[in-house]
Design a protein around this ligand. Sequence first.
Ligand code: SF4
Ligand code: SF4
Length: 169
Amino acid sequence: MAMNSIEQLCPNCGLCCDSTLFADVELRAGDDSKRLKKLGLTLFAKTKTRLAFVQPCACFDGKLCRIYADRPNRCRKFDCGLLKGVAAGELTANAALKKISAAKIQAENVRALLRRLGQRDEPMALTHRYAEAMSAPIDLSDEGRAERHGELMLAVNDLMTRLERDFLR
Ligand code: SF4
Ligand code: SF4
């Protein structure tokens, strides 16, 4: 992938590091788990044979990867749909930045709705926060809460549509 596209898009995005796109990332063959742990990644056993690290990634500084030169193989190999689209000449970098901005606004909207529903566990992956908020019992006498649940479902649906269409293709 051309460094130019990465430099233009990624510092303005971070959605593949902050848990918006992924709840966790599996290590691959060739990754040095001990070294990655020392560098700050929070590893856990995802299956009997596979290690993964949780998102939001502990090495994401809010804009960039703190361990870019040493990042795991899955991170090296991941090119989102927007990077691929810009590389293929299907859209301009500016058009991709607009899509990033819209997705980030919607992700923040989802986080704000989660907070309003009492789910304030920011270090938890977005999808897990959503599952937790939706599994909490709804008091139907609290109309405002039922309404906020509905708003959250719509906002998550819109976010997922954007992520699948623009980033995960
Ligand atoms: S989702 Fe795409 S544009 Fe955004 S940081 Fe990841 S690779 Fe870069
Ligand atoms: S290691 Fe770096 S590139 Fe990979 S998820 Fe964490 S911050 Fe992102």
